[in-house]
Design a binder for this molecule. Sequence first.
Ligand SMILES: C[S@@+](CC[C@H](N)C(=O)[O-])C[C@H]1O[C@@H](n2cnc3c(N)ncnc32)[C@H](O)[C@@H]1O
Length: 298
Amino acid sequence: MTAAVAARAVTRRPRVSPLRYPGGKAALYTRLRKLIRDSDLAGCTYVEPYAGGAGAGLGLLVTGQVSHVVVNDLDPAIHAFWRTVVEEPDFLMAQIRAVELDVPEWRRQREIYSAADEADSSALGFATFYLNRTNRSGVLNGGPIGGLDQSGNYKIDARFNRAALVERIRILSLYAECITTTCRDGIDVIAEYATQPDTFIYADPPYFEKAGSLYMNAFKAEDHDNLACVLNRLHKAPWLLTYDNDPRVQELYAQRRRREFELSYSAHRVMKATEIAVLSDSLVDIEDGWPLDKTEGT
Ligand SMILES: C[S@@+](CC[C@H](N)C(=O)[O-])C[C@H]1O[C@@H](n2cnc3c(N)ncnc32)[C@H](O)[C@@H]1O
């Protein structure tokens, strides 16, 4: 094995989240793994109050780095999806195997999504998943890949590999008892879990910029202020926060350690964005740039 191949082997992340998420943090897997281990939190309960695709946390769960994951999202459609993964994986897998991948079906699923009937949680969960996998960049309110006339180079089924998606759901279903799904305000979730032992909170809230177009629940200025108020008050609990590189992060978290790092995104085109990680006082430090952890195995 060459050094480059060996390095790739230890930094490769498990791809278990079935959702495509603009701004998703699955790529933080190896960095979070090291932070959790170095902070003496291996085997803890991992909490994502703003879960979205929850890619990093679920990767940490299936590789045994953490023992339990709390997947919270205030968006009822995203919550319905996660609930269906945990409570009705067989339904989800059957739907993924059989559903049509064309524009008439896309319209049908979009109606279910728009109706947002939480009483039929599994139908809403599947419709959310369907749109996430068939829409451009996974944006739920966007249009289908290839356009409504399917004249684009890529078609509606381009991101819907049935076998691979069924396999992700099957793997997650094996961990169903280790996944708690909730639909609460992230602040309440933070307040509840911050006081519990052996818990690590990773907060990735909507960003200051551009969040409005990507997520259903964009933050207003006062939401950012309230979150900072709660996290600063709980500065002794182990939490990590990531944000876009906005001057307001420095103002709101002036008393906390802040480290810049880079992530690649492909929401509209592949680009690198500089982000900021804010650390609570009880976590070990990370180097500026938060380099990938190439030293430890999975
Ligand atoms: C930046 S995304 C999280 C992406 C996630 N870290 C990932 O890797 O996919 C923010 C998420 O927070 C959710 N959200 C927005 N406001 C919220 C609130 N007040 N409480 C909980 N979740 C919220 C949005 O629905 C969105 O899914």
